[in-house]
Design a protein around this ligand. Structure first.
Ligand SMILES: [Fe+2]
Length: 204
């Protein structure tokens, strides 16, 4: 018998079954608009998000300033509840609330190195525009620091035995993970912008 202990569940699902096309269109339009008028964000991105635009350093509470993003939050809330239930977290789900929500626009060549989202419980991303060949989101095995003499895994090993797993995002879908999970966005190899909206849920 083999017991798979301490798994790292990653949640991936379509945002909604109805009205998704309209909402996604509005999110796309607003995201592009912010990237043109958010001077503080453009400046912040030049220093911290080379080659791309993010509102992380300027407007990171979009769910409180735009009704479109508020709609997005309403949908994401439902998925987060399901994820909390799956993880069997011993917490009142109402206390896990969206604290930050921001836009990411990655043109060709842009990337975002390995990181975690400190002080949050659940993080994730909703994908607005994912052209062919655009970057995946790449997760790192959280036990990595403990592997001393552990041999590498075969190139074609099953996903559950790999130390890095890439998820190819598709527009209209969202991914959720626990905020301590290290992840990165490799270089965007598409000539078209990869557009997404990321968020953190904190324990309030
Ligand atoms: Fe991230």
């Amino acid at each position: 018998m083999i017991k798979n202990l301490f798994p790292s569940p990653i949640y991936y699902a379509p945002l909604a079954s109805r009205g998704l096309k309209k909402l996604n269109g509005e999110l796309l339009e607003e995201s592009l608009k912010f990237s043109q008028i958010d001077d503080a964000g453009i400046e912040w991105s030049e220093q911290n998000y080379r080659g791309g635009y993010t509102s992380y350093g300027s407007i990171a509470h979009l769910h409180q300033v735009s009704t479109t993003f508020e709609d997005l939050k309403t949908h994401i809330d439902k998925h987060v509840r399901q994820y909390i239930k799956y993880l069997e977290m011993d917490v009142d789900p109402k206390q896990i609330q969206m604290r930050t929500c921001w836009i990411n626009i990655m043109p060709a060549g842009a990337f975002h190195t390995m990181h975690i989202h400190p002080l949050s419980v659940i993080s994730g991303t909703y994908y607005v525009q994912t052209p062919k060949n655009c970057s995946s989101i790449k997760f790192e095995d959280p036990r990595m620091v403990g592997f001393m003499a552990s041999p590498p895994r075969k190139t074609k090993a099953q996903e559950r035995n790999q130390h890095f797993v890439e998820l190819k995002p598709q527009a209209g879908n969202l991914v959720l993970f626990e905020s301590w999970m290290r992840h990165e966005v490799p270089q965007n190899l598409s000539d078209t912008e990869r557009i997404s909206i990321s968020f953190n849920y904190d324990w309030m």
